[in-house]
Design a protein around this ligand. Structure first.
Ligand code: MN
Length: 323
């Protein structure tokens, strides 16, 4: 998905200053963002935000739905560029069709991962297929690439078979990274984890986690208690570091997305759909999208590509996570 804000701010992220050095339970409510169009979707964006910009290398989180898209075209995100990140697409219900400048055309359904590595440049479009299900519900995430890999060649991977841990009434799918010995086949560039826990009614689960990672959790359906905090879909619960286990519990059943990772020590600058290291790189990326050919061409999308917004007049430099 694209950041389609008309006046996106340049955001500085990364560095260790904002990382909680102990277990915490900070609820991040996020903000509502309209994705545009006559019947555009509204998403809840919890990363980056005023309260927190990153969790490990996870630097962007939009939660959307469940939306009834019966009789509409559903999601329509025109071709747009990315640099310096991976996009992680995960659905709870419905389908999304991905097309990119490498020529990939891939439908994603619940339980499958679409992972696009932008590296030095890629462009893509995402839309509901013509013959789509009535309900669309999911999350769109970005992972920042470390400096050593941020100029890597662009890549797209579809992972329909992901490892699932089962324990009583719980099933945990590991999308990215490793959890309790289960390793996702998806390519990661920094130590991190992304997992979906699906809990039957009255299920409890104790997950082993890494004390050096910071973690956060987002309910995708139902109500799930995370370390005693009841979570319903929308907000993100930041959990800090210093845990070796994490307790989940539900009454009526639910689904939870767990994100974690080694704190991302590098400082990055994010603007629109670009992750860079300074303002000048962002300006160059924008100029390439508007007039160059580095981002290639997305074929098969019925509509115009997304123009870049105007650059903000303020100039940001990378700095720590202090507010
Ligand atoms: Mn995108």
């Amino acid at each position: 998905m694209s950041n389609v804000e008309l006046q996106p701010a340049e955001t500085v992220c990364g560095g260790r200053a904002e990382v909680a050095a102990e277990p915490v339970r900070d609820l991040i409510t996020g903000h509502q963002v309209a994705l545009g169009g006559p019947r555009g979707m509204t998403v809840t964006r919890t990363l980056p935000g005023r309260q927190r910009r990153m969790v490990g290398a996870w630097c962007f989180l939009d939660y959307y739905g469940p939306d009834d898209i019966t009789g509409t075209r559903g999601m329509r995100v025109p071709p747009h560029p990315h640099t310096g990140l991976q996009t992680v697409s995960w659905l709870v219900a419905g389908e999304v069709l991905h097309r990119d400048s490498l020529g990939s055309v891939q439908l994603i359904e619940p339980g499958q991962l679409n992972l696009m590595t932008a590296g030095h440049a890629i462009s893509h479009a995402e839309e509901s297929p013509a013959d789509h299900s009535p309900i669309l519900h999911g999350v769109q995430l970005w992972v920042a690439l470390p400096g050593s890999d941020r100029h890597t060649a662009p890549d797209f991977a579809h992972h329909p078979d992901l490892p699932v841990l089962r324990d009583g009434g719980a099933a945990v799918t590991v999308l990215m990274g490793e959890l309790a010995g289960a390793v996702s086949p998806a390519r990661c560039f920094t130590p991190l984890v992304g997992a979906e826990a699906s809990l039957a009614a009255a299920a409890t689960l104790r997950l082993p986690v890494e004390p050096d990672f910071e973690y956060a959790a987002l309910a995708l359906a139902g109500t799930v208690e995370v370390d005693g905090v009841p979570l319903t879909p929308g907000p993100l619960l930041y959990l800090g570091t210093g845990r070796s286990t994490l307790d989940l519990r539900t009454g009526g059943g639910g689904k939870l997305l767990l994100l974690g990772g080694e704190p991302f020590a590098e400082q990055i600058v994010m603007w629109w759909n670009f992750v860079a290291r300074d303002h000048d790189e962002i300006v160059a990326d924008r100029e390439e999208w508007m007039g160059g050919d580095r981002f290639g061409v997305v074929r098969g999308f019925d509509g115009d590509r997304l123009p870049a917004p105007e650059m903000p007049t303020t100039r940001l430099r990378p700095r720590g996570r202090e507010r």
